[in-house]
Design a protein around this ligand. Structure first.
Ligand code: HEC
Ligand code: HEC
Length: 286
């Protein structure tokens, strides 16, 4: 990955400042299935005091009304098919243990409620911060004795979607202190580092220029409370780190791998910027 120290600036030609006519106005409500209201707007966490951001917003608010509507009804949300697939895999024995996830973890609606909201999370035994995918893969290989699913592939994404759904509506609440602190700081450094030929950091786009348009795209704060995301453009699920890969590539830089320690650290940092927003389970984006 190319790191640059000089000042990256988003050129005026790249950005256009338009009134937000497409998409929801900030203040709109995300109500799923007519009865579950998700928090799409919350006070920024204390550590963001020096960023100029006082309110954090879900990426849902920045999408056009047609895309928004799809997330408001589980029958329309294609991400739910993956959730069903994840539920089935939850109960399927695998590997040398011939155990299913359910054999050890029981009813996911009870044992996995709230789990997604706290990941990435410090794992004491391993002595590292683990992403949710990292934990799923650990259970798959070490506890089930099965072949790895491989990061960001269809099966593990479906399992992540199923587990995320058990936290839908709960506030993101990742820990950034204690043993997770140094990883969080590493993530913060990556967030502010300017990469690639365009010399742009995550912050240049998602902190300093959110709510502006970049080409035809309404820039959000780059939150990950909605992940995994069903992307209409790809007709499949995308993970947070999969999205990071895409964003870094857009700056014409070499990127870290989706399952790298660097992107787990970045995932922790970005997740913490969304502490207080609802886990959306499986969101829908363009
Ligand atoms: C050149 C500007 C640019 C840079 C630099 C950039 N992004 Fe993005 N990013 C975008 C655009 C455009 C989108 C799509 C619209 C949106 O959701 O903001 C996007 C989307 C996202 C999303 C999806 C949000 C959602 O709710 O679906 C995340 C997460 C994200 N970016 C994180 C990052 C991170 C982390 C970095 C730094 C490694 C980064 N981005 C760097 C332009 C950028
Ligand atoms: C043989 C028992 C066993 C099986 C089978 C198993 N796990 Fe686990 N799982 C554990 C144990 C023990 C832990 C806690 C400590 C650790 O290993 O990190 C755990 C932790 C977890 C956590 C983290 C929970 C938290 O509160 O942080 C998730 C998520 C998880 N497992 C998902 C899965 C999934 C998905 C499967 C099936 C693919 C699975 N597990 C299969 C034993 C198992």
């Amino acid at each position: 990955m190319t790191r640059t120290t000089s000042k990256g600036v988003i050129s005026a030609a790249m950005l256009s400042v338009l009134a937000s006519t497409a998409g929801a106005e900030i203040g709109d409500k995300l109500v799923v299935n007519g009865d579950l209201e998700l928090t799409v707007e919350a006070p920024a966490p204390a550590f963001m005091a020096d960023t100029g951001i006082k309110t954090i917003y879900s990426g849902w608010l920045f999408r056009d009304p047609d895309t928004q509507k799809i997330e408001m009804d589980d029958f329309d949300n294609p991400g739910m098919l993956y959730v069903d697939q994840g539920a089935e895999m939850w109960n399927t024995p695998a590997g040398t243990s011939n155990k299913s996830c359910a054999d050890c973890h029981g009813d996911a609606t009870e044992t996995m409620a709230g789990v997604r909201a706290t990941y990435p999370k410090w794992n004491e035994a391993a002595g590292v911060v683990r992403s949710l995918q990292g934990q799923i893969e650990f259970c798959r290989t070490e506890h089930q004795g099965a072949e790895p699913w491989k990061y960001a592939k269809a099966e593990i994404n479906a399992m992540e979607a199923f587990i995320s759904m058990q936290s839908r509506g709960m506030p993101v609440n990742v820990a950034i202190d204690g043993p997770a602190q140094s990883t969080w700081e590493q993530g913060r450094e990556i967030y502010y580092t300017r990469y690639g030929q365009l010399e742009l950091s995550c912050a240049n786009c998602h902190e300093q220029n959110y709510d502006h348009y970049i080409r035809s795209d309404h820039l959000s704060q780059g939150q990950i409370n909605g992940f995994p995301v069903y992307r209409l453009k790809d007709t499949q699920l995308t993970t947070a780190s999969g999205r990071f890969v895409g964003c870094v590539r857009d700056t014409r830089a070499e990127t870290f791998k989706a399952d790298s320690a660097e992107f787990t650290a970045l995932e922790l940092y970005v997740a913490s910027r969304g502490n207080g927003l609802s886990v959306e389970g499986v969101s829908v984006r363009h």
